[in-house]
Structure formats: structure tokens, C-alpha cells
Design a protein around this ligand. Structure first.
Ligand code: ZN
Length: 248
């Protein structure tokens, strides 16, 4: 089975459609690691796509913000404005879907998915100490997580040593394969579809082949200006519009 692993789509339909087209024929099933909404201009279309296509989807903090005012209260100004706007746009059916999304971590067929840390759904995994802490919380050899929007990964070798994986995908290169080795453990962040960081504006995602035991890191250039125009037309905060130009 080949899995399309998507995280942090953030209502960016333009980026999502580009990713789906780029990965066409390369996957059998879809997994979403949360944050379908927030920031971007097309929350309903993105949620409807996930409802129709995702075999597994867990909630992210921006999904939870649609029904939990405490989450919104912890957001910065721009995220709060975007969350309130998104909440007003969502249809009842789509809101209900977000409300019913399971909390991670979730074990699927042979691997684990989480929006952020397995130990705490609101915690960011950023440093080695965070990763070492996380290793205590899962039994499968492979975890996919999101939340930081950073395409990255970590692995432990047979001696328990922690190694960082920094997939380098310069412009002109769209994918990079990582062979998973038996007995080793991996935490992999596919990066964000809808608000990519790493100073790279291209949409980020992964494809995992559980027969070949490899993970491909992908980058797909999408029409950033089209998303930005839609955001401006919706009156979304300019800081959110601008950051898409810088991939940060
Ligand atoms: Zn996010």
C-alpha cells in the first residue's frame, strides 16, 4: 500500500490540488495529520476533499479551534482573526466533521499518526530532547507528525542513537527517497501543504510505500499568487498572505 501523507493544508485549496495532481498515480490511500483549516481562503472545499478522500484524518489545533474557544484564545492576532473568519464560513456538516475528528496519536495500518507530539497534542517537536521524549510514547517503528510545518525527520539506529534527517530538495528537484531500515525507529514530518516553511514556498508532503518500506519527501510548486489573491479577497490578515511568499 502507498500512502499519501498530508499535513497542515490550512484551507489552501490551490496547494492541495497541486499536491494531488503531482502525486497522481503514486498513492493508494490518503492520510491527513490535521490542521485542514485556518489561515487560508477555502476551508469548505478542503474539508469536503478530506471527507471524501482521507482514509484517516486526525484533528489539529486549528481544527479544534473551530469549536473550542480556549484554543482560539491562545492564538496570535492573525491566527485568531483567520480562525474566526473560518468558523463563519464553515457549513454545519463540515463543522461537524471537524468536531468529530479523532485526537491523535492514532495507530493505522502499521504506523502511527499525530498532529504534534504524541505526549501532548499541543506541543511542538522542535529539538532533540523533544524527540527523545516522544520515543517513549509509540510502539510502531514509524510516526508521521506535523504542526511545525517543517519538512524534517529523526531516526534512532540499533544502538538507540538519535540521528536527524534533513531532506534537501533544491529547486528543480521534487522528491527524495528515504529507505527505512528494519529495527530502526522513525519520526517523520511531511511538512505543510498549505503554509510551507523551511524558507521554501513549495507545498510539502510525503508518500510512504509500506511494501518497499520507503518514504519519499516531496515538494510541489503551486500558484502562490492565486492563493494570496483569494486570501486578500476574503479579507484575511496581510501577514498571513505575505508569509506564503517567503515560505516561513
Ligand atoms: Zn498548522
Amino acid at each position: 500500500m502507498r500512502w499519501l501523507i498530508l499535513s497542515d493544508v490550512h484551507s489552501n485549496l490551490e496547494a492541495l490540488q497541486t499536491v494531488v495532481k503531482a502525486a497522481e498515480g503514486q498513492y493508494d490511500r490518503v492520510v491527513c495529520l490535521g490542521d485542514l483549516v485556518g489561515y487560508g481562503p477555502d476551508p469548505n472545499s478542503v474539508v469536503e476533499w478530506a471527507r471524501a478522500r482521507a482514509s484517516y484524518c486526525i484533528r489539529g489545533n486549528h481544527d479544534k479551534a473551530m469549536w473550542d474557544p480556549e484554543v482560539v484564545a491562545g492564538f496570535n492576532y492573525a491566527a485568531r482573526i483567520a480562525a474566526e473568519w473560518t468558523r463563519e464560513q464553515l457549513t454545519e456538516d463540515n463543522l461537524q466533521y471537524l468536531r468529530e475528528l479523532p485526537r491523535g496519536p492514532l495507530e493505522t495500518g502499521g504506523f502511527t499518526i499525530a498532529h504534534s507530539a504524541l505526549s501532548d497534542e499541543d506541543k511542538y517537536i522542535v529539538c532533540e530532547a523533544d524527540v527523545l521524549e516522544e520515543l517513549r510514547y509509540f510502539d510502531t517503528g514509524l510516526v508521521f507528525y506535523g504542526h511545525t510545518h517543517s519538512q524534517t525527520g529523526h531516526m534512532t539506529d540499533e544502538c538507540g542513537r538519535l540521528l536527524s534527517l534533513s531532506p534537501q530538495l533544491p529547486r528543480g528537484r521534487s522528491r527524495l527517497a528515504l529507505q527505512l531500515l528494519p529495527g530502526e525507529r522513525y519520526l517523520i514530518n511531511p511538512g505543510a501543504v498549505g503554509q510551507p516553511r523551511n524558507r521554501d514556498t513549495r507545498a510539502a508532503f510525503c508518500v510512504y510505500d509500506d511494501m518497499r518500506q520507503d518514504v519519499e519527501f516531496w515538494r510541489a510548486p503551486y500558484d502562490v499568487a492565486a492563493t494570496q489573491s483569494r486570501m486578500e479577497a476574503c479579507g484575511l490578515p496581510s501577514a498571513l498572505v505575505q508569509r506564503l511568499s517567503f515560505g516561513r
